[in-house]
Design a protein around this ligand. Structure first.
Ligand SMILES: Cc1cc2nc3c(=O)[nH]c(=O)nc-3n(C[C@H](O)[C@H](O)[C@H](O)COP(=O)(O)O)c2cc1C
Length: 249
């Protein structure tokens, strides 16, 4: 009972009232962390078609997108195109405007515009891409291959506590969090807003899927260690927070 009460308090805006904002790294004049995790020069950029180059994304009305949004756990054994992937990444984490160097306004909101997430893709069936773990670079609107993994489908199923539909999706969107991006500004008051932020990202994925005959299903239940290992994350400064398989329906 005590822990339920304590955990409940996490949902309240209490920590912020006890946070000394003069003690945050931002207040101390420390430079902000990069808005996108750096990558190696040796990683080849896979350029995604820009919004003005799309030819197959016909769109839908916001009313239709909301009315038809639901969780999908059955997918056709059909690939999704690079253009469709580009569209889903744009909808979930795309940058719509660069402010100051530490500020990138994206297609989803984020407390203090801190955007603490990286998007990894567990690609199983995407046109012209080998299976593997990729990462989205919103600044370049490109992908990089992080690593190839044997038996990827089996591994994602295992890391998601045997939720077998993850292994049948065309792609799993896996969001990691780098908490310091938000902590730099909000210190101990960061974690509740990070949890709120990630919901917006996944909601945009659900809605965007409705325009391309695809479906998604939010997943918050997974094996933390296995998922972080799959992505190659240290599990402390960066770790998995949420994921969603996507496939044609
Ligand atoms: C935060 C969150 C976590 C979820 N985790 C899982 C999950 O681990 N596995 C799963 O099959 N569905 C998961 N879901 C999907 C819900 O079961 C689903 O949204 C709910 O049953 C309502 O169905 P609808 O999305 O079709 O309206 C999750 C949804 C949310 C928002």
């Amino acid at each position: 009972m005590t822990s339920i009460r304590l955990n409940r308090d996490f949902l309240k805006d209490i920590t912020r009232q006890h946070t000394d904002f003069s003690e945050t790294d931002q207040s101390k004049g420390i430079a902000p962390p990069p808005i996108q995790k750096p990558y190696s020069n040796e990683q080849k950029l896979i350029r995604l078609p820009d919004r003005n180059e799309w030819t197959t994304i016909v769109g839908t009305t916001i009313e239709m997108a909301i009315a038809s949004r639901k969780s999908h756990r059955k997918y056709k054994a059909e690939s999704i195109s690079l253009e469709e992937l580009s569209y889903l990444l744009w909808a979930t984490q795309g940058i719509r405007y660069m402010g100051a160097p530490e500020r990138a306004y994206r297609n989803v909101p984020s407390a203090g515009c801190r955007h603490a997430f990286e998007t990894y893709l567990c690609i199983l069936n995407v046109e012209s891409l080998e299976q593997g773990i990729y990462r989205y670079l919103p600044i370049e609107h490109s992908l990089i291959l992080e690593h190839s993994i044997a038996k990827l489908s089996e591994k994602i199923i295992s890391a998601t506590l045997k939720q077998s539909f993850t292994g049948k999706a065309a792609v799993n969107f896996i969001w990691s969090v780098i908490p310091y991006r938000t902590e730099w500004r909000y210190g101990t008051a960061s974690h509740r807003v990070i949890a709120i932020d990630v919901g917006h990202v996944c909601q945009n994925l659900y809605l965007a899927c409705t325009a391309i005959n695809a479906g998604a299903c939010a997943i918050a239940a997974f094996n933390q260690r296995q998922m972080d290992e799959l992505l190659g994350l240290d599990g402390n400064d960066e770790f998995t927070i949420y994921l969603a398989p996507v496939g044609k329906i």
